[in-house]
Structures are given as C-alpha cells and as structure tokens.
Design a protein around this ligand. Structure first.
Ligand SMILES: [Cu+2]
Length: 130
C-alpha cells in the first residue's frame, strides 16, 4: 500500500530513515522533534506531517496541485491509533498505529480541513495552491 509503513526495519527493500525536525519541510510550523521510522523514500510525499502529542504538526501545510502529503504517526508505542480523515470525505486513512504512515496526492486546489476520527479535537488543514 502506498505510503504505508512496512513494519520492521528488516523488511526487504525498505530503507530506514530518521525524519528529524519536520519544520525543515515546512516554514509554517514548529519543530516536531524526530521520528524514527522505516519507509520507502520513493513513496513518500514532499510534505510530511507528524502526528504527535495528539496533534497534526505542522498545520496548515501548503502543497502544489499534484503534490503529495504524507502523515507519519510519531506517537510512542502504546498510544491509541490516529487517522487522517478529510472533513469532506476526500481521503480517509485506516487507523494508523505508532510508526505507520499514509500518503495522499492532491489533484485540485483548495483548502482541505481534516481531523482524526477517534479524537475529534485533532483538526488541521492542507492548503493546495493552484
Ligand atoms: Cu487521533
């Protein structure tokens, strides 16, 4: 599945990366710390949003039309799973356990609000620039 973390660093063909300081990917948010995960770099979006401390960091993010956004659950093991779910239904992830990721490609411009299904207080926005 695109953008999905493959559990286990030893999985074939998967490169282990350290995603440090998400603010380097976006000028709009605070540093989110680091998140050790393993993923396929070719599947990953140009904008990365950390799910951390029951929040989406940073928000909002900007991406051009055709751009990809990836969410990575950076919560500690044992934290309840989160989702990234568009308010308008454009996308919706399955529950993402700590370490899991999800990627969406945005085909049209607009401001897209989203939330976490189990935690409605978790809200954020993706702004797709024309
Ligand atoms: Cu949540």
């Amino acid at each position: 599945m695109w953008g999905r973390l493959i559990g286990g660093v030893m999985a074939l063909g998967v490169v282990s990366l350290t995603l440090a300081c998400f603010s380097e990917r976006s000028a709009t948010g605070p540093a989110a710390g680091s998140c050790d995960t393993s993923l396929d770099p070719g599947q990953f979006g140009s904008v990365i949003i950390a799910i951390q401390g029951f929040a989406f960091v940073p928000t909002p993010v900007h991406v051009p039309v055709g751009g990809k956004v990836s969410w990575v659950n950076c919560e500690p093991d044992g934290t309840p799973a989160h989702t990234t779910t568009a308010d308008g239904g454009l996308w919706g992830s399955t529950p993402l356990e700590p370490g899991a990721s999800f990627t969406v490609t945005f085909a049209s411009a607009g401001t897209f609000s989203y939330h976490c299904e189990p935690h409605p207080s978790m809200t954020a926005q993706v702004i797709v620039d024309p």
